[in-house]
Design a binder for this molecule. Structure first.
Ligand code: GTP
Length: 596
């Protein structure tokens, strides 16, 4: 297809504003998926994506669409909406000339609407504003068209109104994409340069690499070269996805498609790298993407120590398909052999542990997540700490923690509540701005550790679900941070250590000690629990020794309470880990996480 007949676009939106549903309608309307083949969220191929109704990996699909008797090739790149996966969005954007900015007509602009819009503008994309879900009775397209227009310029009438559910307005949207989004430009005669914007592992075909051709051409059977590593591979197959992979005779300027070389590891086909040919190599690589950085670390341990080799194998396999997953072996006095793993965020952590358990049939313990700290000591040593138990001993000079710039959007009634929440999380206000009559944007500088775990849940519940959040990396800052240790029977349990602000150490120690007392079942002997900062004990609890009859403590005859207690015990049995002489249930290891 000549570049003049190609349009490359993506759909960007806040989570749940309906990207995947709209993409489904486009697949149907353009006829590449018929009604019989259609299933919801067609492009979300991973089980977890389908179950959770979220998009994790980007997808690219080619759609034919006719305007005035000419058939165009539209390449649509679906992008994930969750803040953990922002880096996937940014690289998808770099493969496009236009972006459909999708806004739920019953919700209006949200934090990720803005974040994605700014990313799209940075990439010089043509923005097509669209209000979605106009079939909803609560939709207020007029009101939000005004908001959108004041945000991106233009008049409210320019804003298309569609329903991904009913398909209303979607043909007009496809027409508009063809009329507004610029055709790709590139030099067809120059040495080949293709930008890798995604690579996924397929157990049958090995790594499938998604590319956008910038210059020149690529053909099957050619020797191709990765410009960053200079590795050469034979191009076994090249093609387009529409909506299943279809081999073609090649890809040329502006086209979007896939490559297969038989490589087995996604890291050999690095996202952001430039593909060229060995015979006629390009001299300059395309500007790549920033590498995804792990933000949250957690120790992952098999419950059954003999599963350790299986866990290693499972992680190695998952890394084939997820280059952002990092891990290294780690030993814990309490938990034995395991791995310290780095994740993009808490959702990423949850997804990986869920996949490890489901796809590889492992029973795992994940320790409380931690962010990364930089610690300098009086003797001049510098330590990078991703595991709280490795916080250095001795005289500490300074501790630095990662910071973020958070953007919160909310109706104005909740401003006070939000400010209180941010203050309690050591935030400092950067600025506040009205986006419409009722909508306020607050920007805060906050420690990552304070928001990465449960901040969003608190924000949602304190604002009846109305506030939305997005955040970006904002470097490191010094903080008055200390390590809180937990001792069972006088022995420090490394997996329970956490790093917190000095002012919160006492509350944290008390909370975890209380939580452990509740979670750890009674044993044959008394178990003292202590929390300590350095050598100073700051909280103390005791689990009394077991009595013969566990029900004895339920005085009276409340049968439902007894049953509950028995059930609780049964459940607890499933996931126990011996720590010294004490049986500790799995929930205890993430107890430090919640701030209830
Ligand atoms: P992520 O992939 O997680 O970023 O979400 P998404 O933006 O792709 O949203 P998705 O398409 O999964 O839609 C979110 C919810 O909105 C689903 O429950 C859809 O059924 C619903 N929905 C999407 N489009 C429409 C629409 O036009 N009308 C109505 N009434 N509901 C819609």
């Amino acid at each position: 297809t000549p570049p003049s007949l190609i349009r490359n676009f993506c759909i960007i939106a806040h989570i749940d504003h309906g990207k995947s549903t709209l993409a489904d309608r486009m697949l149907q309307l353009t006829g590449i998926v018929n009604d019989r083949q259609m299933r919801e969220q067609y492009l979300d191929r991973m089980d977890i994506e389908r179950e959770r109704g979220i998009t994790i990996k980007s997808q690219a699909v080619r759609l034919p669409w006719e305007v005035d008797g000419t058939t165009y090739a539209l390449n649509m790149i679906d992008t994930p909406g969750h803040v953990d996966f922002t880096y996937e969005v940014s690289r998808s954007l770099a493969a496009c000339e236009g972006a459909v900015l999708l806004v739920d007509a019953a919700q209006g602009i949200e934090a990720q609407t803005l974040a994605n819009l700014y990313l799209a503008l940075e990439n010089d994309l043509e923005i097509i504003p669209v209000l979605n879900k106009i079939d909803l009775p609560a939709a207020q397209p007029e009101k939000y068209a005004e908001e959108l227009a004041s945000l991106i310029g233009g008049s409210p009438e320019d804003c298309l109104r569609v329903s991904g559910k009913t398909g209303a307005g979607v043909p007009e949207l496809l027409d508009r994409i063809i009329n507004r989004v610029p055709a790709p430009v590139g030099d067809p005669d120059a040495p080949a340069r293709a930008m890798i914007f995604d690579s996924v592992y397929d157990s049958y075909r090995g790594v499938v690499t998604y590319v956008r051709m910038i210059d020149g051409k690529l053909h099957p059977r050619e020797q191709i070269q990765m410009m960053s590593t200079r590795a050469v591979h034979e191009l076994l197959e090249i093609g387009v996805i529409s909506p299943e992979p279809e081999p073609t005779k090649g890809l040329s300027v502006g086209e979007v498609g896939y490559l297969i070389t038989g490589v087995k590891d996604v890291r050999q086909s690095k996202v952001g790298d430039t593909v060229t040919t060995k015979l006629k190599p390009a001299t300059e690589a395309l500007k790549g993407y920033a590498e995804p950085k792990p933000m949250v670390f957690s120790g992952i341990y098999p419950i059954d120590g003999s599963d350790y080799p299986n866990l290693r194998e499972a992680l190695d396999k998952l890394r084939l398909s997820d280059a952002s997953l990092v891990y290294e072996p780690e030993t814990s006095a309490a938990l034995g052999f395991g791995f310290r793993c780095g994740f993009l965020g808490l959702l990423h952590l949850e997804i990986i542990t869920e996949r490890l358990e489901r796809e590889f049939n492992l029973s795992l313990i994940a320790t409380s997540p931690s962010v990364i700290y930089r610690v300098t000591k009086d003797d001049g040593g510098e330590h990078i700490v991703t595991n709280p138990s490795e916080f250095p001993e001795g005289k500490i000079r300074e501790v630095f923690e990662p910071m973020v710039k958070a953007t919160i959007l909310s109706p104005k009634d909740y401003v006070g509540t939000i400010m209180e929440l941010c203050q309690s999380r050591r935030g400092s206000l950067i600025d506040m701005q009205y986006l419409g009559e009722d909508r306020v944007q607050l920007r805060y500088k906050l420690p990552l550790a304070e928001i990465v775990f449960d901040f969003f849940d608190h924000l949602k519940s304190k604002t009846q679900g109305y506030a939305s959040l997005d955040y970006e990396d904002d470097g490191f800052a010094e903080g008055d941070l200390v390590k809180v240790d937990l001792l069972l029977q006088g022995e420090k349990v490394d997996a329970f250590s956490s790093i917190v602000h000095r002012d919160k150490a006492y509350a944290q120690g008390t909370r975890i000690a209380t939580k452990l007392r509740e979670l750890i079942p009674r044993q044959q002997f008394e178990v003292p629990i202590q929390a300590a900062v350095g050598a100073r004990i700051i909280a103390r609890e005791t689990i009394r020794a077991i009595r013969k009859d566990v029900l004895a403590k339920c005085y009276g005859g409340d049968i439902s309470r007894k049953r509950k207690l028995l059930e609780k015990q049964k459940e607890g049995k499933k996931r126990m880990k011996m720590v010294g002489r004490v049986e500790v249930p799995q929930e205890a290891f993430i107890a430090a996480l919640s701030t209830e």
